[in-house]
Design a protein around this ligand. Structure first.
Ligand code: DQA
Length: 146
């Protein structure tokens, strides 16, 4: 089972970026911990990682997703603005889970809307780096039983 993990803008700065909101773990460490968690779930999970600060690059990456079974995506600020990323997920029909480190529903009003959620199987928000593990668990369970 091949799963792509996409992280959007400013998430390359995790570790130093507003640690009181996003924690102090770097994106590289989050990814390594997700690989370890995937091994605990099954020896059948292969993870690839992509981070970009550019909307079009994220869309191009989603367009090239045909070799994957599923997508975990933290679209970061594009969550609240990007109909184009949402459309790309719908167009490819990839089974996707939306992830947020912070609880977007308990923050500023402009973060409460997600254009991405309607293209996804489900969403996880508010559990910091554990959100990614919860997303992988949910996606793995869904794909295994598909
Ligand atoms: C975020 C939440 C977004 O509102 C914000 O723009 C981010 C990170 C999160 O993971 O909590 O960059 O997606």
């Amino acid at each position: 089972m091949k799963i792509l993990v996409i992280n959007g803008p400013n998430l390359n700065l995790l570790g130093t970026r507003e640690p009181e909101i996003y924690g102090s773990t770097t994106l590289n460490t989050i990814n390594q911990e997700l690989i370890e968690f995937a091994k605990e779930l099954s020896n059948d999970i292969e993870l690839d990682f992509f981070q970009s600060n550019h909307e079009g690059d994220i869309i191009d990456k989603i367009h090239s997703i045909k070799d994957y079974d599923g997508l975990i995506i933290n679209p970061a600020a594009y969550t609240h603005t990007s109909i184009a990323i949402s459309d790309a997920i719908k167009a490819t029909k990839i089974k996707a889970v939306e992830v947020h480190l912070s609880n977007i529903f308990s923050r500023e009003d402009y973060r409460k809307n997600s254009f991405i959620a309607s293209s996804c199987l489900g969403s996880v928000a508010g559990f910091n780096k554990t959100s990614y593990k919860m997303a992988l668990l949910g996606l793995y369970d869904y794909l295994k039983n598909e």
